[in-house]
Every structure is written in C-alpha cells, then in structure tokens.
Write a protein that binds this ligand. Structure first.
Ligand SMILES: [Zn+2]
Length: 269
C-alpha cells in the first residue's frame, strides 16, 4: 500500500502534467461516473491529505469540483503523451484525463473515484487526523498527540496505521519509526515516551523520503530500511534476527517488523 510520501509524489506528477491545463477528453470507467464528461474543465492543483488525492477542477461554467481518488492497495496514476502505451492493461483503467496539449493521465485500479463539490472536501477528509506531510502547527501536533494517546492500551502500530489518528503513515513508516524510537509496534500506546517527539521524527522521515524519491530511513540508499521487510535478517544495530508480527484492526491486519532486542515488547498491557 502506498504511503503518504508516495501519494504526494503521485500528486506532484499529476500537477506537472495537468495543473493549469484544459481537459480535451475525459473517460470515467466507474459506474457512478460513467456518463460524466469534464471536457472543457480546467485542472488546478492536486492536493493530498494522507493517502487521499484531491484534484481540483473548474468547469467551463465556473463550477468548482474535486476529483477525489485513493490508491488503496493497488492503485496508481500514470502520466504520458496521449496515445503512448499504458503501463497497465486498459481493463484496469478507472479514469482517463487528456489535455488539449496531448498529455494524458490514467488512473489504474483506484480504490476510490468520486467527483464532489470542492466545498465538500471536508466530508471525505474531515475525519482524518492531521497530515504528517502537510502543515504542522502546534495545534496539529496537539490534535495528533491527543488522538494517538486516546486509547492507551491499543498497540502502538495499530494506532499509527489508523488514518483518523494521523494521516500518511503506512506499514513501512510504522515499522521504521518504531525502530528509531526503540519501541515495539506491539507495545501499548500508553508506554510510548514522548509521543509528540515520536510524531515529529516520523514526519522528518517522510520528508526525507520525499527528497530521496523513495523510503530511506537509514541514510544509506543501498540498505535503505532498518527493519521493514527484513524478517530473520540481522538487526543493523545489534545483529539480533528481526521478527515480524501483525498490527491493525481485526480483519485488516498488516505485517510489521521489529528487533526484539532494540525494541522489547512491553508487558505492562
Ligand atoms: Zn537490534
């Protein structure tokens, strides 16, 4: 599943291809928008909040709309010249946007495709926690910290994956940020020392990865991650074989990774 930084990079690509351009042709291959035609609309900025993409449009009559998409597990947006070969099968395309300048953006296997009034964006992202890649004022920090610590018995990794706590963290960042903080993702949230500092570090990691163009938490592009996906491999810090386990809500469990020596699981829960 794409993480917040990957979603922001996708939005940046859409901005380079579409922002300021007028659409010459649109094709929505989802039932609820099958008859929608946005030809003539002018594309604005694609904003993100966590893993949600909000592509703003103004139709010829001045109506302000937002194309809300979400990549979920398998979705992606591809950008290219109109008529060039698509990177995925046509049957997987959900949205096709073509500009008058022969540029094409195609959304494949998007988990969400909906068109809403821009004024109603709050209805689709209002429940989300503060965006770790967005503005981060003391208010945002206080809100995120309060939401994170609201259920002290909840496993830390599960709380961090909950996009209503903070938006933008996926399994890579949960595993890596817990390692850097020396805490197991299975430990109860209540055991987390200094949650505000934890979130500040997670935010720094996301920003650094934006600069690298991909997740790099070790500072070493050849061995970019501390623990994620490294089950049974030696901890880069102490050599102990890493272990994996599940976090997430029942039925939506995700795998996480940690070093049992550097990140002992607290037993106080
Ligand atoms: Zn270790």
């Amino acid at each position: 599943m794409p993480e917040g930084d990957a979603v922001r990079r996708t939005a940046d690509r859409l901005d380079r291809a579409l922002a300021g351009q007028t659409l010459a042709h649109t094709d929505f291959r989802v039932p609820q928008l099958a008859t929608t035609d946005l030809a003539g609309a002018r594309v604005g900025h694609t904003a993100t909040h966590g893993k949600h993409l909000l592509t703003r449009l103004a139709t010829a009559d001045g109506t302000r709309l937002t194309l809300h998409t979400h990549l979920k597990m398998e979705g992606s947006w591809a950008v290219g010249r109109t008529g060039s070969r698509w990177p995925k099968p046509a049957i997987d395309a959900r949205v096709v946007l073509r500009t008058a300048h022969q540029v094409e953006a195609v959304g494949f296997l998007l988990g969400v495709v909906e068109l809403i009034a821009t004024a109603d964006e709050g209805q689709v992202i209002g429940h989300l926690g503060p965006d770790l890649l967005g503005a981060w004022t003391p208010d945002h920090e206080a809100t995120a910290t309060a939401r994170l610590t609201a259920a002290p018995d909840r496993p830390l990794g599960t709380a961090l994956l909950d996009q209503t706590v903070v938006a933008g963290l996926g399994t890579i960042w949960v595993a890596e940020s817990c390692f850097l903080h020396g805490v197991s993702p299975l430990s109860p949230v209540g055991d987390l020392r200094d949650p505000a500092r934890f979130l500040a570090r997670a935010r720094q990691m996301l920003q650094l990865s934006m600069q690298h163009g991909r997740p790099v938490t070790t500072g070493n592009r050849r061995d970019p991650l501390w623990v994620y996906g490294r089950t049974r491999q030696p901890c880069r810090r102490c050599g102990t074989p890493l272990v994996a386990g599940n976090i997430g809500e029942p039925g939506r469990e995700r795998t996480t990774y940690w070093c049992p020596s550097c990140q002992p699981v607290s037993t106080s829960a």
